[in-house]
Design a protein around this ligand. Sequence first.
Ligand code: ADP
Ligand code: MN
Length: 515
Amino acid sequence: MDSVGVAAAAPDAGPGPAWQSKCPWGAPSTTSISCSLADVMSEQLAKELQLEEENAAFPEVVAAAEGPFITGENIDTSSDLMLAQMLQMEFDREYDAQLRREEKKINGDSKVSISFENYRKVHPYDSDSSEDEVDWQDTRHDPYRADKPTTTPRRGFIGKGKDITTKHDEVVCGRKNTARMENFAPEFQVGDGIGMDLKLSNQVFNALKQHAYSEERRSARLHEKKEHSTAEKAVDPKTRLLLYKMVNSGMLETITGCISTGKESVVFHAYGGNTTEDKVIPPECAIKVFKTTLNEFKNRDKYIKDDYRFKDRFSKLNPRKIIRMWAEKEMHNLTRMQNAGIPCPQVVILKKHVLVMSFIGQDQVPAPKLKDVTLSSEDMKKAYYQTLNMMQQLYRECNLVHADLSEYNMLWHDGKVWLIDVSQSVEPTHPHGLEFLFRDCRNVSQFFQKGGVAEALNERELFNAVSGLNITADNEVDFQAEIEALEKINEDHVQNHGKKLSTFSSDGDPPIFDE
Ligand code: ADP
Ligand code: MN
């Protein structure tokens, strides 16, 4: 279908006439298309094969280049699966509405009613929304809805007298068959038949239907396997569907492009959409899409596995849900920081593995990382004291250790430092919490000392200043040993009492317990 109907709406087509903004598939081309079905099929096949090859060779590159770039006038329709799913959603909605009407008609005022509940379609998009921590309401009318050709009513004919048209009329029936293709499995590529006013004969329709059913069975088998392996690409069709929904619901105005592609996440910039009564949408948003391969998140296990907040849930989760948990962790941690008044992105919404937050920067330009910005010595000093302050606040007020704090995760914006990237942050009593804090202190201390801040504490002094602990070791090895000893005391306490210390203490006093 890419080769015909969609071409008009392809991402590189630039801004087009107004009708493009209404229909992501584009309107039927007015110039006649002189390509046969066979051409279309083989072209599509070739494209698919090429894509497959590219994906295998440059998985990262393709992921970045293929960003969703969903905007009002310009929607990436390269994924047939996504298109099909959107069509399917629309179909399901109408189907259910019709079912409700029939249910009402049959039951009437009768005291005994028949429920059609079991015949409802399970909406592919909403089917797993129960797994979400936070959901949002889709309030806006779907502007991408394809106009359906009129079909003949039940009685089998329309019109009067000599203008009568029966359901056997070739044109009407053909159009109807085309419309009915929507009923096929979502994975089945039905093309833009409706937009093109395609008329299918019964014979062709039946053959397609047969094919679609066998494809559905085949893909169901394939799908089972695919579903359980973690997506290599962050912006897989499901994610795109999610992003599409955010734009479609009016929450986001447009998604303009990709800000960053990391190993664990892809970050997009978006303009915020309509602020509603219960949700304030910032004018510019950052969308962090969590992705990870199995290997990478094995490495990160240690952050989450031992975090008691997630402990009970961890063992029961599949990889897909664990990725969601990263997003969830980032959301919770950002919220804590926000409450303590630490400059950081404000959470807008969490949807599965996609976190929308306020954008730090302006006019699509993200604020520079501390490592990339050249500050005057005065600003550098200011940044240092602010960082020290934030680390203390984070530890004391938020009960958190950043655990990946460095000049890479600090942005310089509006004359101050903003903390980002807190999905891996843990509470200080995490079994490795103090080690993480020490590492953070080393990074911060080195950065500001190298940056010429004479007042900057060394890593050990900084550690004590942040944690309030009083570890006296004057060399790195002993200091580290004392940190580990403290962590051990905490762990033993957990073993014996089933709960953690509320805080650490190393100055001779017995540890403070959380009774
Ligand atoms: P990763 O785990 O990939 O490092 P980050 O949260 O650090 O994820 O985001 C990657 C990059 O995206 C950041 O270095 C920053 O440049 C940009 N970024 C992330 N969140 C925001 C935001 N809220 N506003 C502006 N830029 C952001
Ligand atoms: Mn980062």
